[in-house]
Write a protein that binds this ligand. Sequence first.
Ligand code: SAM
Ligand code: DTB
Ligand code: SF4
Length: 334
Amino acid sequence: MNGTILRHDWRLDEIEALLDLPFNDLLFRAQSTHRARFDPNQVQVSSLLSIKTGACSEDCGYCSQSAKHSTDLEKEKLLPLNEVVEAAEAAKAKGASRFCMGAAWRNPTDKNLARVIEMVQAVHDLGMETCLTLGMLTEPQAVQLREAGLDYYNHNLDTSPEFYGNVITTRTFEDRLDTLAHVRNADINICSGGILGMGESRRDRASMLRELCNLKKHPESVPINLLVQVEGTPLFGTDALDPFEFIRTIAVARILMPESYVRLSAGRNEMSDEMQALCFLAGANSVFYGERLLTTDNPETDSDRVLFDRLGMHMEQVVESEVKAAKKPCRKAG
Ligand code: SAM
Ligand code: DTB
Ligand code: SF4
């Protein structure tokens, strides 16, 4: 497009040097990178729905849905198709262009996958982009999802390989990379990022970003979540992250992955409007839109629209006929 070379050979010290820049220099550089590729006043919005809630066999230290933690969460079996379609229609009516369905599974069984495939097909038929996050996938499962019309698969690295064992013990960092490879090989767009504020160091944040940007192809979408602290999870009570550190990490993600959508993800409910505005200035150009994330609250859609208006920003529209006709996943992000 504009001749930026996409690098996949970033060294840790180079990424740390970016994170260490004076704040204004870092934001200027990130915003310049952002403007070379994207409309700086446009934000892509995706809505989330938890299609299967709680009772998860994994032990992710941040998560309300793990069976190993005692949280107040109400468990729910896999939702029926009509409820999913109704939620997608409501999200579309509010302006969401992508619908992301999440399940609290270590991985889907083939039987469950068949039901999820019906959901993907139905949401695709509404003219929305589709996204799933179901845990680990085999390559044949990824191919089946691709054939059903899946546009994006979300599977986060979550943190650095070095810090990973402090957060999750029931699956490895390598397992995550394997799933991302299966998704990539099936020609589905990748959505992968992580969580900040789990007690990791700046070096860990640099190391997580290095893993993401040194993948053979950058993820089309990079969600940066701020830990939502849920009572009853092991990470509840972790010291809050300095908001500037969060914004710096967004800015560095933007610089390292100039063509990717960088999503300001979980944690917006606890952020001021000013902090969110700085995240957009740092190059974030996507958010989760809708009152609920998976099990925790997100800002009201009305207050998001007011914020976008105050900032002179507009929500990205998808061309419905193009989504419906798409034989291949939407490539706009890449
Ligand atoms: N079970 C599947 C999995 O783990 O891949 C899909 C759902 S899982 C909830 C999706 C992602 O949400 C996690 O990888 C994590 O990055 C993010 N997440 C979950 N709980 C969070 C929390 N309390 N704060 C911030 N992000 C969270
Ligand atoms: C992502 O990176 N963040 C979203 C989505 N991918 C699936 C999930 C955030 C979950 C926040 C906690 C909750 O609501 O359970
Ligand atoms: Fe299960 Fe996903 Fe939560 Fe981990 S993040 S406990 S795999 S739902």
